[in-house]
Design a protein around this ligand. Structure first.
Ligand code: EAX
Length: 355
């Protein structure tokens, strides 16, 4: 059974499933983006384990440049998987939003026209609501405590919520801690955020955080962001330091404020119907290569987060370190917004872990 026949079977079933369940939707999800969230894919017709016809080509897409840590480590992932499967599993990499925006890439995996993607955890929250919990404002103060939570049993059980949407989590890359950049003014206080016309990913937790700071967030595809900043569609954006440098946002942003307002974990997901059909031997090769990529990615992001501030200054950015206590105070309500959605138990375990 080849990928295309799986895809045809899954899409046919998905079409039937969607027609039957158009009114289903996830009643608990926070108000989401305009694009209607696809329903859980019915992959019951998916390939049983070990039944894919090899060689198989797996299309992997992501939204940022190849220079980003995710781009660098995915190249090594590709080499390892292709070598260790003797060319039976080919990884075809598509950077810079070639296959669509973060939201489109995730939808593509659900519907079977993209096979792998890596994106911010909050971008998956419209399907598996709790997966965005790690993005809550000022939850973590350093990488190690964030990684401890991401690798915890709590997150493993949340990852399972993506399986009905045809997504199997292979690993968690790291995007870093999100910071604010602006075109025309330095951000040194919460008052400076008031009314700020800021772009965010299609990520409800980040949008709620910006709204709590009285900014005016609007989600917009990352691959088109640089032009939108250059032409004044937005006055600001927020992203981790490695993303700002590796995607040359310093060419269109003058000010960087080290807010670290949201930790940005990034699940690496593969289509479940493909995963189920790979067979145990190739699944082990892929998981091992994904874990190696995760380790290398996290090391790179942590290193670049500390090294790249000076590089951004050398490119002409003015960098400020505002007092974050007022920012934390102003965003405490975001946890309450999501407590009703995540449930008290999850919030309690998160609070216990970060104490
Ligand atoms: O890392 O859309 C965003 O701002 C995300 O951070 C994107 O994946 C770039």
């Amino acid at each position: 059974m080849t990928i295309s026949s799986i895809r045809k079977a899954a899409c046919a079933l998905l079409a039937v499933f969607t027609v039957v369940c158009t009114s289903c939707g996830n009643q608990n999800a926070p108000s989401q983006s305009t694009t209607a969230a696809p329903k859980p894919a019915d992959t019951s017709a998916a390939a049983p384990s070990g039944s894919i016809t090899f060689p198989v080509t797996i299309k992997a897409g992501y939204s940022t440049s190849e220079e980003d840590p995710r781009g660098i480590v995915l190249k090594a992932f590709k080499e390892t998987v292709e070598k260790e499967t003797n060319g039976d599993v080919i990884i075809e990499i598509h950077p810079s939003g070639e296959l669509g925006s973060d939201a489109e890439l995730i939808k593509g995996v659900i519907e079977g026209n993209v096979d792998m993607t890596v994106s911010s955890a909050g971008n998956f929250a419209q399907y598996a609501t709790k997966i965005g919990v790690s993005a809550l404002p000022f939850l973590f103060s350093d990488f190690e405590s964030a990684w401890e939570f991401i690798d915890s049993d709590t997150m493993q059980s949340i990852n399972a919520d993506l399986e009905p949407f045809n997504m199997h989590v292979l690993a968690y890359f790291d995007n870093g801690f999100r910071c604010v950049t602006t075109t025309s003014k330095s951000i040194n206080s919460v008052a400076d955020m008031n009314g700020l016309n800021i772009r965010t990913p299609e990520n409800q937790i980040v949008m709620e955080t910006m709204s709590a700071l009285k900014a005016k967030p609007q989600s917009f595809p990352f691959a088109e962001l640089k032009d939108a900043l250059r032409n004044g569609t937005f006055d600001a954006q927020e992203n981790p330091i490695p993303v700002i440098y590796n995607n040359k946002l310093y060419e269109v942003q003058k000010y960087l404020s080290i807010t670290n307002h949201s930790y940005d974990a990034m699940p690496l997901v593969i289509r479940k119907d493909i995963w189920d059909g790979l067979g145990e031997q190739y699944q082990q090769i892929i998981v091992k290569a994904a874990e190696t990529a995760e380790t290398e990615d996290r090391k790179l992001v942590k290193q670049q987060t500390s090294d790249f501030v000076d590089k951004l200054k050398a490119e002409g950015m003015e960098v400020t370190y505002p007092d974050l206590a007022p920012f934390k105070e102003a965003t405490t309500g975001v946890m309450d917004v999501f407590e009703s959605i995540y449930g008290e138990e999850l919030i309690a375990s998160v609070k216990a872990m970060i104490k």
